[in-house]
Write a protein that binds this ligand. Structure first.
Ligand SMILES: [Fe+2]
Length: 161
């Protein structure tokens, strides 16, 4: 395995890692859709649209940097989504499953937010203003999605005794 040696190579690695994360959301939510309680079902189409748009931005950025977007497995996010799948199978349908899935989805959003921030920092150091702008847009979308999930969690918690 070749080693990453320069800041721009590390930015490419970060972009590839983020890109696989966006693809993972699309794959795993499609598998999970039937098991997602109605109370949180609106997250699914919202996230499918968001992750597809973000993946497209990352592909454009990778192309500018002369590298493929598809290369790296995002081990962290895929493990979080595996955990969500397990919750969907082992927790009874209803508010408890919804709470667990919101928790897992929030872990996913946080992992993406901090990963985008690494890529933003590298882009800033490299003076790559376009990358900073594009990655910041996606980072802000992740933060907003997490805030929406946090509100949903509060509502769900009110429904259990
Ligand atoms: Fe995302």
């Amino acid at each position: 395995m070749s080693q990453t040696r320069t800041p721009v190579e590390l930015l490419i690695v970060a972009i590839q890692d983020l890109h696989d994360g966006e693809i993972a959301w699309g794959e795993r939510l499609a598998e999970l859709r039937e098991a997602v309680p109605a109370s949180i079902l609106s997250f699914v189409p919202d996230e499918l649209a968001r992750s597809a748009a973000q993946a497209f931005r990352l592909e454009a950025l990778a192309e500018i940097l002369g590298a493929p977007a598809q290369k790296m497995e995002n081990i962290w996010l895929r493990a979080i989504l595996d955990d969500a799948k397990r919750d969907s199978e082992t927790i009874v349908e209803g508010p408890l499953r919804a709470i667990a899935l919101v928790g897992a989805f929030r872990k996913g959003k946080q992992s993406e937010r901090v990963s985008y921030e690494t890529a933003i920092g590298l882009s800033r150091q490299l003076g790559h203003d376009e990358a900073v702008a594009v990655l910041t847009l996606s980072r802000d979308e992740e933060a907003a999605a997490d805030a929406d999930l946090a509100r949903l969690l509060d509502e769900l918690l009110q429904t259990i005794s």
